[in-house]
Design a protein around this ligand. Structure first.
Ligand SMILES: NC(=O)c1ccc[n+]([C@@H]2O[C@H](COP(=O)([O-])OP(=O)(O)OC[C@H]3O[C@@H](n4cnc5c(N)ncnc54)[C@H](O)[C@@H]3O)[C@@H](O)[C@H]2O)c1
Ligand SMILES: O=c1ccn([C@@H]2O[C@H](COP(=O)(O)OP(=O)(O)O[C@H]3O[C@H](CO)[C@@H](O)[C@H](O)[C@H]3O)[C@@H](O)[C@H]2O)c(=O)[nH]1
Length: 440
């Protein structure tokens, strides 16, 4: 098939590359000239494991192209993906200006029947708006389909190539056939392509993200209670996750959820609810609890240093909102670093992939080449991202480098017993505090 992808960010680039990999002819369009120039030179502008192999192969085999020219980009396309940003507007609703802007541009330049696919996360009713915007200027037949994307950053290629399910919102039989053909190579193991009306498809995406955010937030509240009653949240996770009705995944308590999706999508669903006169109380709680959770370790660190962080050096491990990505959107680390700086602390940081992105936002901290370099002469370590390389560090080396052997861990990386054996003071989430000389 001839496919066009408009918007070549995390979703667009993965979508374009993966559909080239299944043998289609793909052109990716973006208005960011710098990004397109890099892509045309064979450079991937994001860090996404496994994407490079597919990207290089499909460019070499001439199935994957990049352009800034929309007319050229959609020429002869049977399928046109909209993988454009939908950031939160001032009132929390998803801002549709990018999607509707492109929809307005598409009308006059469509020259053959095409299925236009909303891949972006968009509120209920958007497909109707996109259809109306295109139809206002179009002279030929087209369909608009809602096809939300469920990939996770860091494992995007795997999620895309082997999706748990594909959700397609359309009532057009013609579009349905195109979508079946497009996705057939990705669902050969029998994972379903679930057809529904477009409003339900749009809502499914928000329901999925909000439910996952709720699941994490519930565990974060259990963790907060564990700290008070003297229980261990990791044991509770294992104890409940083995119940197949609950499931093992997305039960890890921590320093709050971040990223480009959960925060904005929970907010957007809450806004949709209030627009329709429904008070979605669990969503309001999820947002409020997560805001607090992200700041949870700040008073703990401050109290440890007797209420005064002035002149203290805090080492930070992890900046990305999660491992295996350089994405720092809504990353808990950033808010915490800013608060520590405001309190007069100095910061030394290490992240294997995300430091370049943070440098642009927070230039006045020390970026280190290794995790250990960040610890040199620091008064304490804070951990915000569970990169695998932080999981089994050399505790002896850490002891020598840190001025004070204290760790504030927002991701529960270490066993309490290990920290006790190594003589650290160790604060984590939903577990007892480890203090040297104090037995469990
Ligand atoms: N990032 C994820 O993991 C993920 C997963 C599922 C769904 N989504 C949803 O997918 C959508 C895109 O997210 P993303 O993370 O890929 O965003 P992104 O910011 O990484 O990429 C969007 C791209 O669109 C380009 N763009 C903006 N206006 C344009 C225009 N008029 N023409 C062509 N290109 C234009 C931007 O330059 C940018 O490269 C959002 O709705 C998001 O909620 C994201
Ligand atoms: O048990 C868990 C799992 C995740 N998180 C946090 O939740 C956030 C989101 O993580 P994850 O869902 O893995 O990353 P995303 O790439 O943001 O993916 C989510 O958002 C995408 C964009 O909508 C969807 O496509 C995906 O299905 C959905 O998982 C991160 O801050 C994680 O640290 C936890 O705190 N505990």
């Amino acid at each position: 098939m001839k496919i066009s992808v408009i918007g070549t960010g995390y979703v667009g680039l993965v979508t374009g590359t993966c559909f080239a990999e299944t043998g289609n002819q793909v052109t990716c369009v973006d208005i960011d000239t710098n990004k397109v120039a890099r892509l045309q030179k064979g450079e991937i502008p994001i860090y996404e494991p496994g994407l490079d192999v597919l990207f290089d192969r499909n460019i070499a085999e001439d199935r994957l192209k990049f352009t800034t020219d929309l007319v050229e980009g959609i020429k002869d396309a049977e399928v046109i993906f909209l993988a454009l940003p939908t950031p939160p507007g001032e009132d929390g609703s998803a801002d549709l200006k990018y999607i509707l802007g492109v929809a307005n541009d598409l009308g006059p330049i469509l020259k053959n029947y095409a299925v236009i696919i909303d891949k972006s996360t968009v509120p209920v009713g958007t497909a109707e708006k996109v259809r109306a915007a295109i139809a206002a200027n179009a002279t030929i037949d087209f369909d608009v389909v809602s096809n939300p994307e469920f990939l996770r950053e860091g494992v995007a290629v795997e999620d895309f190539m082997k999706p748990d399910r594909v959700v397609v919102g359309t009532t057009s039989e013609k579009a349905k056939k195109v979508m079946e053909k497009l996705y057939a190579p990705l669902v050969r193991q029998g994972n379903p392509v679930i057809f529904m009306d477009e409003r339900s498809a749009e809502m499914t995406k928000y329901a999925a993200n909000s439910f996952l955010a709720l699941k994490i937030t519930f565990m974060n509240e259990i963790a907060n209670l564990c700290e008070k009653v003297g229980a261990n949240v990791d044991d509770i996770r294992r104890g409940i996750g083995t119940d197949s009705r609950i499931g093992k995944r997305f039960l890890f308590a921590g320093i709050g959820y971040g990223g480009s999706c959960f925060p904005k999508d929970v907010q957007a669903l809450a806004k949709t609810s209030s627009d329709y006169g429904y008070d979605f109380r669990t969503l309001r709680s999820v947002m409020a609890v997560n805001d607090d959770q992200k700041k949870k370790l700040l008073p703990v660190v401050t109290e440890y240093f007797d209420g005064n962080l002035k002149g203290k050096t805090i080492a930070v491990w992890g900046l990305a909102f999660k491992p295996y990505t350089d994405d720092i959107r809504e990353a808990p680390a950033l808010e915490n670093i800013q608060a520590l700086l405001d309190a007069g602390a100095n910061i030394t940081v290490y992240d294997p992939e995300a430091m370049d992105n943070v440098k642009k936002l927070i230039p006045n901290i020390t970026y280190c080449h290794t995790a250990y370099a960040a610890l040199d002469d620091a008064d304490a370590l804070m951990i915000f991202t569970e990169w695998p390389q932080f999981r089994t560090p050399d505790f002896e080396k850490m002891s020598k480098l840190l001025k004070d052997k204290v760790i504030f861990d927002g991701r529960n990386l270490y066993e309490l017993e290990t920290m006790r054996e190594n003589g650290f003071t160790y604060y984590s989430i939903g577990r007892e505090v480890v203090s040297p000389g104090v037995t469990a």
